[in-house]
Design a protein around this ligand. Sequence first.
Ligand code: SAM
Length: 231
Amino acid sequence: MLKLSERMLMAAKMVRSGKIAADIGTDHAYLPAWLVLNNICPSALACDVRKGPLDNARKTVELYGIENKITLRLSDGFDEISPDEAQDFIMCGMGGTLMEELVSRTHWLKDESKRLIVQPQSHSEDIRRFFVRNGFEILFEDACTDGGKLYCAMAAEYTGKIIKKPISYIYSGELSKCRKPEARLMLENTASRLKTKLDAAKNHGTAEDAEYLEKVITELEATINEMQTDG
Ligand SMILES: C[S@@+](CC[C@H](N)C(=O)[O-])C[C@H]1O[C@@H](n2cnc3c(N)ncnc32)[C@H](O)[C@@H]1O
């Protein structure tokens, strides 16, 4: 049976049962294959911008004999996907900046029936900022360790309501409500990264940048102090 890495499993568990999923940047198509093999999704799309990864995906699909359940698609982001082809859209292992770019140019994702599941490899604040500014609600986040590295993933849905959040929210999101020690560790690492940026801003940046970072760090540290973790 196909076994997913902890990182991908964390994102796969956010897919709603019975929905058709589309995995953007699928590479080996492990995630959509796992979703159909475990009867979570009746079918799925495995999409990638490059032919090489799609060839990897084809091998996985053939190995597990799920050709009738997985559609392979060469697509830059969501460009070659029709809005009615899937309900849950997953992006794993890409940077948050690229995720933001791909989602922001796909206006049909602003649909209350659709769910976006993202596992940013870096710059998670970019995709959170996009969600917050564009009427998407981050429903929940999760964190895990995989191969000695920390990862987070989140599920978001469009509501059309733009709710004012604290300035540090783009760094903490709903991770602050996750009770796993990994979530707290991720936020501590983020605070320490921001402190390094603050030092740089104090030395060579503008007073405005330094003031902004100071506020974010103060808020973030308060959030971390209030977090309740299991174990
Ligand atoms: C680091 S791999 C991640 C693979 C898998 N999702 C995972 O989490 O292990 C990134 C994949 O995204 C694909 N990719 C990069 N930019 C893309 C884009 N604009 N549209 C679709 N796929 C893209 C790459 O070709 C590559 O296969």
